[in-house]
Write a protein that binds this ligand. Sequence first.
Ligand code: NDP
Ligand code: OXD
Length: 306
Amino acid sequence: MHITFCCTDTKAEPWLAGLRAALPQATVTAWQAGTPPAEHAVVWAPPQQFLDEQRGLKALFNIGAGVDALLKLKLPPGVKVVRLDDAGMSVQMAEYVCHAVIRHFREFDGYEADVAEGKWSYRKPRLRADYPVGVMGLGVLGERVARALRQFDFPVHGWSRTPKAVEGVVCHAGIDRFDSFLASCRVLVNLLPLTPDTLDILNRKTLARLLPGGYLVNVARGAHLVDDDLLALLDSGHMAGATLDVFRTEPLPAGHAFWKHPKITVTPHTSARTLRDESIAQIAGKILALERGDPIAGLVDPVRGY
Ligand code: NDP
Ligand code: OXD
């Protein structure tokens, strides 16, 4: 069995060593032009040339949860696209989102500013009931985040394409429920995949439906958000702030208004990192399952886009 590795911006050696240790019966190569045909590939943002050369691949294992970049390419016929299925990401995402929501709700940024000026000051406690949180996307990551927020007693709403049931979470489904979902929330967390249906979904019209003093946490993809619309709603005061981990162009270009905006917290696409050992174990297990003809989790539907 031949497995080839083609991941942009990723150090290949530790992945190759890990895959070889997990699958000693396989030949594992770092892809370069002319590499002989492989049955399986481990990829992140591969060049089109790789897919054009490797037309016989059975499966592409994406070393991330989001497959939007991969699905833009022309894929080999019949290839299975497999996303990372948690692999240690959901707990990181829950930490990140709870931190962002609690930092805003408890006004820790305000306290930090006060302390920097040597001020010992109190703010009136906010009521949790006034801070309903909406989670867009109730998949592997969104559901974990919604459950984690419930642990802090926030009222939590969730929105997905098909109906879901998550204990303690008011679940809304489908485009017909989108407006009422938004109108129920003051804080909005985006954990949708980027698809033609979700591109630009965070815009002036949709964000304006949030309760006044809205707060956005975008941890999915930068192209979900229309940057200027967020800036306009922050200026108007309808939105109180945002924590943004993902951007239309990454790295976020120097001079972009988000960098220094007093109401925006920027992090460098780090809310849920790919953990190498967990990912290799998961991918190796799935390669063996596919070779046996067993079903696997995390298969992407290219038509649906996630
Ligand atoms: P999943 O595919 O498991 O879940 C996607 C969820 O979004 C599902 O609940 C799905 O609904 C819902 N959804 C999809 N399309 C629509 C739509 N048109 N309307 C309403 N709901 C929709 O994805 P994950 O939870 O694993 O990951 C989500 C995204 O997070 C990834 O695609 C990626 O972009 C991003 N991500 C970001 C990271 C970071 O570090 N910033 C790290 C990892 C991921 P249904 O359940 O009905 O199918
Ligand atoms: C992912 C990501 O999709 O890191 O896994 O953004």
